[in-house]
Design a protein around this ligand. Structure first.
Ligand code: GTP
Length: 599
């Protein structure tokens, strides 16, 4: 056990690309935590997808042993936090497991959207914050200007910000000293009953479920019988270790320490992030505050392009779900798409990440249906039903009214983009609740329907503000509105995967945009194809895709056989991504494209 005074727990907060991973690598390298030959760039972003997308999804941690200038040796625990709004809950609870943060700001760019969103999380968690100005090796670096900006915009003292280059290594020893001298040591009572926070959990193919904890009070040892206070489940610890980042066994962990254990836990679903872990025999009196199970808020259908892949998809989804408690699924059948799954996610990025992993790691070709939220149907007979899929909408005459989830959204944006942001929120049925200014930044608080946000709101917000807005939301309440189901008919056949719930006053314009887009997205066939949007039996928008009779190879007059072959191959590959509806083939991309709202 390490003495409390010799522990420092911290996270690194930064806007994307400001150098968080590079700095973490440097800290690990300089302290010799990983042998030079094992050092690979961006150690902490384990998964391929994280690397490619440059985002960190799972919170990672590493224990660094650092001999400081004062002659004492300190244990520094770094927790890596995810940076996207879909994972805001993961960020906020991992923040509560540490006492301080390094705020990394790119000295050539200055404070940006996520810098703000993330630093406010750190401030909320009462962190001591050490500003770090990165990339000072670049000629465009303006450390003084950025210092001033940190003080103006964030309102924290930046006079002692540490100038560094994570790339060349300048200033890294100063960062380590600042961690020891400026961040507070944790507090806790080793003689009190065990109270530990479940910070994260994941599935390891060799060890089974690994649980990461931060001990608040008491001691935890290998062989202990522990209890999860929320779920009530009890387990015996098989292994207790720290991450260096490789797992290293340790006999015990005391207050302020961070480590991992295994305990023959069958699935990650049995471990709830934020839960309190205590001893079964001598439990602590009260659990830690703020436990909140992650609730899926966005649902969509995932179907195999090739019906023969259904079993493979089931297998893959079950495996992924073992590793991700916030992802839910149930089997679904669709007239158009056959057998598949209705899946629930924390948000759109989460959806994309899961879909990508299924396609890549399990080599599956998937069709994704329109993301939707959970509506509540208040039936005339008094029953309240949840609607996860617009295709399951019952006869509207049986419904008294429908409620939908609303959110309280906070958007921070530089002045010059405010007009566009307000228009976007207005277009999405938003109600302005507050508008304030801090320096040259505005903060707008809106009450918005979640359904209008789940699809492409972030994308639109990013594009109208050139990436300079930060966005955060909380679900507020379910509220009644005039919602109707709109169906899309292609060649007079309803395509259930394209039906959506929409506000009555907006159905016509949404329907018009959708049929126009589908007309562009569906390739011409040998016959005329009507494309219609309808509410019940009433058609509200219609386009006709005219017939075509053309051999794709007709253009290749002359005897260029290879070119002809290539075209045919391309067409064949394209077919794989097509789906047959009656006589019509619809490309898979059309399902998502048609639903984008950028009219
Ligand atoms: N010139 C220079 N480039 C740097 C420095 N630190 C990081 N970079 C580069 O900046 C880019 C982003 O660095 P990352 O460490 O991946 O940034 P990050 O904040 O971890 O990004 P995400 O993990 O995507 O959030 C990479 O190309 C780095 O090589 C620095 O001090 N100087």
């Amino acid at each position: 056990m390490t003495e409390l005074s010799h522990i420092r727990n911290f996270s690194i907060v930064a806007h994307i690309d400001h150098g968080k991973s590079t700095l973490a690598d440097r800290l690990i390298q300089l302290t010799g935590t990983v042998a030079e030959r094992d050092m690979k760039a961006q150690m902490l972003d384990a998964m391929d997808i994280e690397r490619e997308r440059g985002i960190t999804i799972k919170a990672n941690t590493v224990r660094i042993v650092y001999p400081a200038k004062d002659g004492e040796t300190y244990v520094l625990n770094l927790i890596d936090t995810p940076g996207h709004v879909d994972f805001a809950y993961e960020v906020s609870r991992s923040m509560r497991a540490v006492e301080g943060s390094l705020l990394v700001v790119d000295a050539t760019q200055g404070v940006e959207a996520q810098t703000l969103a993330n630093v406010y999380q750190a401030i909320d968690a009462d962190h001591e914050i050490v500003p770090v100005l990165n990339k000072i090796d670049l000629p465009a670096a303006e450390p003084d200007r950025v210092k001033e900006q940190i003080e103006d915009v964030i309102g924290i003292d930046a006079s002692e910000a540490v100038p560094i280059s994570a790339k060349t290594g300048i200033g890294i020893p100063d960062v380590l000293e600042a961690i020891v001298t400026r961040l507070p040591a944790p507090t806790g009572d080793r003689d009190a009953p065990l109270k530990a926070m479940l910070v994260d959990s994941w599935y390891d193919p060799y060890l089974g479920v690994v649980v990461m904890i931060r001990v608040m009070d008491g001691m935890i040892r290998k062989g202990d019988q522990v209890k999860m206070m929320q779920t009530g489940a009890t387990y015996r610890l098989d292994k207790l270790a720290v991450l260096t980042p490789a797992m290293k066994d340790i006999p015990e962990l005391g207050p302020g320490e961070i480590g991992v254990f295994t305990a023959s836990i069958k699935q990650v679903r049995d471990t709830r992030v934020g839960d309190t872990i205590t001893h079964e025999k001598k439990p602590c009196a009260t659990p830690l505050a703020g436990f909140k199970p992650a609730q899926p808020v966005v649902f969509c259908g995932l179907f195999p392009v090739d019906a023969n892949d259904f079993e493979a998809l089931r297998d893959a989804i079950e495996k992924l779900a073992l590793n991700d408690a916030s992802f839910s699924y149930e089997m679904e059948t669709s007239a158009a798409l056959g057998f598949g799954f209705r899946c629930g996610f924390l948000g759109l990025l989460h959806l994309e990440v899961i879909r990508d992993r299924l396609e890549r790691e399990y080599d599956l070709d998937l069709i994704t249906t329109a993301p939707s939220v959970v509506f509540k149907l208040h039936m005339r007979d008094g029953e309240v039903r949840e609607l996860h899929n617009p295709a399951d909408m019952p006869d509207p005459t049986l419904i008294d009214h429908i409620t939908e989830p609303r959110i309280k959204a906070t958007i921070m944006v530089p002045d010059e983009y405010l007009g566009d942001v307000l228009k976007l929120c207005q277009d999405r049925r938003g109600i302005q609740m507050d508008l304030t200014y801090a320096g040259s930044r505005a903060m707008a608080v809106y009450d918005l329907p979640l359904a209008e946000v789940v699809f492409d709101f972030y994308d639109r917000l990013k594009s109208v503000t050139k990436g300079y807005a930060s966005f955060d939301y909380q679900i507020s309440e379910y509220r009644e509105d005039h919602l109707v189901k709109m169906s899309i008919l292609v060649n007079d056949e309803p395509v259930d995967a394209l039906s959506i719930m929409v506000h009555r006053d907006r159905a016509e314009s949404r329907g018009r945009v959708m049929v126009e887009k589908l007309k562009e997205l569906i390739p011409r066939h040998m016959f005329k194809i009507p494309i219609q949007a309808a509410i019940g039996s009433r058609v509200i928008a219609r386009e006709t895709l005219s017939a075509m009779r053309k051999d794709v190879t007709a253009k290749c007059y002359g005897g260029d056989a290879t070119r002809k072959k290539k075209l045919l191959e391309k067409q064949k590959a394209g077919k794989k991504k097509m789906r047959q509806f009656g006589k019509v083939e619809i490309p898979q991309a059309a399902f998502i494209q048609a639903l984008k709202m950028d009219n």
